[in-house]
Design a protein around this ligand. Structure first.
Ligand code: MOS
Length: 724
């Protein structure tokens, strides 16, 4: 199915299942411990062995030799595979860092050996006996140094240069020139990267934890030099990914190679202390924001420059992405610079780009409002735009101002003192902050297979994944709506490369794109069923378990009595993307209390108002947003990978040292979704919310802290030492 014109009215608009607050259908499996995650797989193979990885203890250089004798002689050990035993493997198109193979070390904790043993404990113990001879080389680990070196250099692509920024900025009666810093961050998903790899002849099956099944097959096949049809990847349940599992990581490659070497299935998980340096992270940024405005608060010059680092061949953190779209200004300078760092690979983490970009931008916007003596909400609305700044492209929908106004009303914005450090309760300073939320709405081709089973059940198969987001549930709701059956009659099978290729889970495109693929498959299935019954597929109505046309009605049970009916299709998006800018918008509100003596910051309440098209399921969507708001509190107040600039690694590489919010840190969170549909986005008329919920939160916290204390911290996270 080609989606190239705005969606007309269709069965989804009945909204009997889609849009209803259904609890997640995989919930019982998860809370009863019967959902099988990658490392819990066991009876799918026989004679399984355990692998344990060793990470490099240098950040850059060469492995000269690895003495494996002691490890090989250790109890229970079946075999040892080192990086020197196999060639440097091919990398997938979006990977930067070496996962396994060859003698080069490109970052700290790069996997350089795997010990395989009869038990996990024996494998782990023997790994400690490996003796590695390194030839280290100096590296560069200091973003500040890199940023100083490349200041003024040309931007990477994707820049927005409009009008004459320099002249307009200098001429502006009101100016702001500030630099914000965001730190390296770790995904810190609950489930570690883990894989069970098993060979049958030259065919490989991996049970792993991966967001993008088809990318995984592509990259693993390339790494091992196998045809893609010899690789099967299975990932039915994922305990969080946040972008850290968009690509296969070393667990997949090392387990597969080790399994081939020892001739047995090998299961391997990355130990928690290895994950931060072995896998990917959200890169730190240095962001300079320069705003010029008229006295009455209209932007005349808008500048946002971001610098980040990455391994050679890596990309920049696209922290200025939203700045091309969020506020109007006739003169614009927006772009990113990239330096080389020998830290681990920087790559996507939830709302890559906007998450860190909005931290800086929306705090700076607050600073500008204060300079102008304007209310932060009115200032944002004053500079709102219905077309892409510098172009005439309209947004498919843009209800930013509605989100801000509605949120202000519901949150009690009127209680906010317009001057900072004015509101005191007991020993706490109280402050309220706001930020706009913005995240692009991406669309991805997505396919599915739909089956009317004998007995009248509907089964959906697609390689879509559920990373905790609710994919199982919204896909079942979509199929139930399209086929006119209750939710309980739908079976959803996900996360297996044997199923049709889907959008996968990433970039907040998964929900809308994958359900649109299921929509397409169901349209095809309805056609097949109608044809079997001699009905007109265009006018046949599927409801209450029946197909109805003219004066006829046939139950699906009866329709399937001549054998199951199967149909497969995918949705491809084309054309509308050039005519309309598709984005999601929102507003975040935060109230904090800051202890006057200790500067401890407590978030007291939060509200997110989201404008993201049709909400496919308000329960799962709300969970996405409150999870994202929680992550935003972490960004604002806690999360930071501390760089050892001498030895080149993240020092706090476990969950003891890398702090994230827990329930006790989040007393009250509310989410409001604007009641809307966006026919430009897809037949589902939905958009993404999972990343929107994060974008802007940290700035809203920072703005609330400023409102409480009068202290502006431009160096995230805002830890209490920075307030004292
Ligand atoms: Mo998201 S960072 O694209 O999983």
């Amino acid at each position: 199915m080609l989606f190239d014109t705005p969606a007309k009215e269709n069965p989804i608009d009945r909204a009997r299942e889609v849009g209803q607050p259904r609890p997640r259908i995989d919930g019982p499996l998860k809370v009863s411990g019967t959902a099988r995650y990658a490392y819990e797989q066991r009876d799918v193979v026989e004679n399984m062995a355990y692998g344990y990885p060793l990470g490099a203890a240098i950040a850059k250089g060469r492995v000269r030799a690895i003495d494996t004798a002691a490890a090989e002689a250790a109890p229970g050990v079946i075999g040892v595979l080192t990086t020197l035993d196999v060639p440097r493997h091919a990398l997938g198109p979006m990977n930067t860092a070496m996962l396994f193979g060859g003698d080069r070390v490109e970052h700290y904790h790069q996997a350089i050996a795997v010990v395989v043993a009869e038990s996990f404990e024996e494998a782990r113990a023997a790994t400690a006996l490996l003796d590695v001879d390194y030839a280290p080389e100096p590296g560069c680990f200091d973003l500040e140094r890199v940023a100083r070196e490349i200041v003024g250099q040309p931007f990477c692509e994707d820049d927005a240069l409009v009008g004459d920024f320099d002249d307009a900025f200098l001429a502006a009666p009101v100016q702001l020139d500030v630099t914000y810093r965001t730190p390296d961050q770790s995904h810190s998903m609950m489930e570690p990267h883990a894989t069970l790899a098993a060979w049958e002849g030259d065919e490989l099956t991996v049970w792993t934890s991966n967001q993008m099944i088809a990318w995984g097959v592509r990259d693993l096949a390339a790494a091992l030099d196998l045809p893609r049809d010899k690789v099967r990847l299975v990932s039915p349940f994922i305990g969080g990914g946040f972008g850290g599992k968009l690509f296969v990581r070393s667990d997949v490659v090392a387990a597969s190679l080790a399994a081939r070497k020892v001739g047995r299935p090998v299961k391997l998980a990355l130990p928690r202390p290895l994950i931060a340096n072995n896998t990917t992270h959200r890169p730190a940024t240095v962001q300079r924001l320069r705003f010029g405005a008229t006295e009455d608060g209209k932007f005349t010059a808008f500048g946002h420059e971001s610098t980040s680092g990455n391994l050679p061949d890596g990309g920049p953190e696209t922290a200025t992405q939203q700045s091309q779209f969020l506020y109007a200004a006739p003169n614009r300078l927006v772009g990113e610079r990239l330096g080389v760092l020998d830290l681990p690979e920087g790559n996507a983490m939830r709302a890559p780009g906007e998450a860190s970009g909005m931290m800086a931008l929306e705090a700076a916007v607050d600073e500008m409002a204060e300079k102008l003596g304007l209310d932060p909400i009115e200032f944002r609305i004053l500079n709102d735009t219905q077309v892409v700044p510098g172009k005439d492209t309209p947004f498919s929908q843009r209800h930013l101002a509605d989100c801000l106004r509605l949120g202000a009303d519901r949150f009690g914005w009127g209680e906010r003192a317009s001057l900072p450090a004015r509101r005191r309760e007991g020993r706490s300073w109280i402050g309220i902050g706001v930020a706009a939320a913005y995240r692009n709405n991406l669309l991805m081709k997505s396919g599915a297979r739909a089956r009317l089973q004998e007995g009248g059940g509907v089964e959906i198969e697609t390689d879509m994944t559920d990373i905790g987001t609710g994919s199982y549930t919204i896909i079942a709701q979509t199929a139930a709506e399209m086929m006119g059956v209750p939710l309980a009659r739908v079976t959803v099978r996900l996360g297996d490369s044997r199923y049709p290729v889907s959008a996968g889970s990433g970039g907040q495109f998964g929900g809308n794109s994958s359900t649109s693929g299921v929509y397409a498959a169901c349209v095809a299935l309805r056609t097949r069923i109608a044809e079997r019954l001699g009905a007109d597929p265009e006018t046949a109505v599927f409801e209450e378990g029946e197909v109805r046309w003219g004066n006829s009605a046939v139950s699906l049970v009866e329709a399937a009595s001549g054998g199951e009916i199967v149909a497969e299709d995918s949705i491809t998006f084309k054309g509308l993307g050039e005519k309309y800018r598709q984005s999601t918008f929102g507003a975040h509100f935060v109230e904090v209390a800051v202890d006057a003596a200790t500067a401890e910051i407590r978030v007291r309440r939060m509200l997110a108002v989201c404008s993201a098209g049709r909400i496919l399921n308000p329960v799962t969507a709300r969970s996405q947003v409150i999870g994202a708001m929680t992550m935003g509190v972490g960004s604002a107040l806690m999360e930071e990978l501390a760089v050892d600039k001498t030895r080149g690694f993240f020092a706090n590489h476990d969950l003891a040292g890398y702090e994230v919010p827990v329930h006790a840190d989040i007393p009250r969170q509310d989410v409001i979704f604007l009641d809307e549909t966006d026919p430009i986005s897809s037949p589902m008329k939905a958009k993404g919310v999972g990343e929107l919920g994060l974008c802007g939160v940290a700035a809203a916290v920072a703005n609330a802290v400023y409102n409480a204390t009068g202290i502006r911290v431009r160096d995230f996270p805002i830890t209490l030492d920075k307030l004292l």
